[in-house]
Ligand binder design. Structure first.
Ligand code: FAD
Length: 462
């Protein structure tokens, strides 16, 4: 039996970041992980592998559509799927090994196996019981499916199966037009699959600023994805070499069917807390199965904190990381803080989408007086040179004070561009503050400045 100041359960972006920061702050720390490798969902079957496939398939798209325009002639590359999967795996491996290295460097003990909490201050892994002054649960999330759907990870797959299909399917149905479904759907569309997205709601990417979501749907449609909105999926049945989706248009009593090589079920994720023994401990949960936390991510059981996908809030790696760092600060007797009003969200398709703060719909619903500054990438020299003129930057600012309330971007490098607005928002900046900041030319960032200018006297290149 070993004794620690902190034992973190789970080594995803919440858990590993928390463990490293705890150790850096002088706490004796261990991190328990049930998987073979560190890094959680994010590094093993989430953010990192999906971005590797998005990157590779985007390169193919560039070669097919834009190389010749720039005078780059020659045979368009063909897809060696096995090699693409090997590249994806290598990307995973270098990242998970990187966490292993950081654990060693920071003297975090990696306890291998599945943990349970037999009592406050105790963590059991296999036959061993370890003691800890503080326990941080960072057990993450798992795929959540809908009734009537049988997943076999062959013809009916979750995102995990979709990251390692044996071959590129000719046809694919994606159930759910959220971020994960659309990112993976666009990977396979670029690789040549005919992709149909079935979504119960009347629009895609629910919760996103509506103007952005509509522009996104148009762009994806242009790229060849088909959308069936208002489709209530009744059943998905796996077959030997294909699968059948039965769905019904909202308000109709007639079943429709779609036979397809692969069905990707991307209907969301739910917290994963199985096997931890939380019920016996009396840890309070929300109605949605999340661990309920109060101030400083403390559960109702003294000495047990929880962070990341296992608790409330957006299921995002960087939200989990921020909570991990903040809890570590708290456990070290310092002050930990996460500003939930400034957590960016990104969709890594091409073009990318990003968003932070309030949407226009939220501001309207709150009856807030606001102004909109918008700028199209068509007016940005760099974007035009790079065939990336599709899209816009939209900044929402308070009508009176000019304080930035939110920003929504669809266009090149949107996932990176959003951060200057995040920093501005953290400092309580006005749109004018952004507009008065010199931006290098020619950069995509100039479009952000122009949108800020458009909140005031007007953009220059519009
Ligand atoms: P996780 O990463 O889920 O890690 C939890 C870990 O805890 C797991 O490794 C699990 O094995 C371990 N564990 C659980 N219970 C125990 C136990 N009892 N004992 C020992 N170990 C245990 N987010 C983004 O921000 N950007 C993206 O681009 C993005 N892309 C995604 C793409 C896909 C396909 C998916 C599925 C998700 C994506 N996400 C993305 C979401 C992101 O992966 C999660 O928000 C993030 O991983 C949550 O981190 P976490 O630390 O809370 O949990």
């Amino acid at each position: 039996m070993s004794s620690y100041d902190v034992i973190v359960i789970g080594s995803g972006p919440g858990g590993y970041v928390c463990a490293i920061r705890c150790a850096q702050l002088g706490l004796k720390t261990a991190c328990v992980e049930g998987r073979e490798t560190l890094g959680g969902t994010c590094l093993n079957v989430g953010c990192i592998p999906s971005k590797a496939l998005l990157h590779a398939s985007h390169q193919l798209h560039e070669a097919e559509h834009n190389f010749a325009k720039m005078g780059l002639k020659g045979k368009t590359p063909s897809v060696d799927w096995k090699q693409m999967l090997a590249y994806k795996q290598e990307t995973i491996d270098t990242n998970t090994k990187g966490i292993e290295f950081l654990f060693k460097k920071n003297k975090v003990d990696w306890i291998k196996g599945w943990a349970s909490i037999p009592g406050a201050g105790k963590v059991q892994v296999g036959d061993e019981v370890h003691e800890a002054k503080h326990i941080v649960i960072a057990s993450g999330s798992q795929v959540s499916t809908i009734p009537g759907v049988t997943v076999d990870e062959k013809t009916v797959v979750t995102s995990t199966g979709a990251l390692e299909l044996p071959k590129v399917p000719k046809t694919m149905a994606v159930i759910g037009a959220g971020v994960i479904g659309l990112e993976l759907g666009s990977v396979y569309a670029r690789l040549g699959a005919e992709v149909t997205v079935l979504e119960y709601l009347d629009g895609i990417t629910p919760g996103m600023d509506l103007e952005l979501a509509r522009a996104f749907q148009k762009t994806l449609t242009k790229q060849g994805l088909k959308f069936v909105l208002g489709a209530a999926v009744q059943k998905v049945a796996p077959g030997k070499s294909n699968a059948t989706v039965t769905w019904r248009a909202k308000g109709s009593d007639k079943d429709e069917t779609l036979k397809t090589d692969v069905v990707l079920v991307a209907t969301g994720r739910k917290p994963f807390t199985d096997g931890l023994g939380l019920e016996a401990l009396g840890v309070e949960m929300t109605e949605r199965g999340q661990i309920r936390t109060g101030a400083e991510w403390q559960t109702n059981v003294k000495g047990i904190h929880a962070i990341g996908d296992a608790i409330e809030g957006p299921m995002l790696a960087h939200k989990a990381e921020d909570e991990g760092m903040a809890v570590a600060e708290v456990l070290a007797g310092k002050h930990g803080h996460v500003n939930y009003g400034v957590i960016p969200a990104v969709v890594y398709t091409h073009p990318e989408l990003s968003s932070v703060g309030e949407t226009e719909e939220q501001l309207k619903a709150a009856g807030r007086d606001y102004k909109v500054g918008k700028f199209s990438f068509m007016g940005n020299g760099r974007a035009k040179a790079n065939f990336a003129g599709d899209g816009f930057v939209k900044i929402l600012a308070d009508k009176e004070s000019d304080r930035i309330l939110g920003a929504h971007i669809i266009g090149p490098m949107a996932g990176d561009l959003i951060h200057e607005i995040c920093v501005a928002m953290e400092f309580g900046a006005s749109a004018q503050d952004l507009a008065m900041t010199c931006h290098a030319h020619p950069t995509y960032s100039e479009a952000v400045r122009e949108a800020a200018l458009a909140c005031g006297d007007g953009a220059i290149h519009a």
